[in-house]
Design a protein around this ligand. Sequence first.
Ligand code: ATP
Ligand code: MG
Length: 140
Amino acid sequence: MSGNITFTMIKPDAVKNGHIGAILKHINDGGFKIIAMKYSKLSAEKAGEFYAVHKERPFYGELVEFMSSGPIVAAVLQKDNAVDDFRKLIGATNPSEAETGTIRALYATSIGKNAVHGSDSDENAQIEAHFHFSNTEMFV
Ligand code: ATP
Ligand code: MG
């Protein structure tokens, strides 16, 4: 399965602003198959664990607070070259630098509240998918 999955979350800002449906349509139109999906809310502890790689960064506290501030949609997506193609579909971390038509250009409001998460490597896609889903919750 390595190489053809990525993990995404529709973040609390995009959920709150009513963009779940529009973002899922971008995902479908981009050729990704949803093989797992969950509407849930992260505890601060879980959010902190998920973004532990950023622990030393100045925005870590803000990131953890934001990611546990409301419900999210977590999903595992399947496609050839899933990680890179999904990063292209979502655009740059900072929405002001995201290419026109990308999910972040359309729905993000700031670098912190940037609408979606996308894995940054095949290895992290596997780790992140299994952080949120058991094998019996993924339908390849
Ligand atoms: P993500 O991992 O959520 O897909 P990314 O890979 O584009 O985003 P990272 O560098 O991994 O970007 O940063 C993780 C998240 O931390 C960003 O999506 C954003 O929400 C937040 N973040 C990053 N840089 C900043 C910053 N300078 N100020 C505030 N929040 C930030
Ligand atoms: Mg990242």
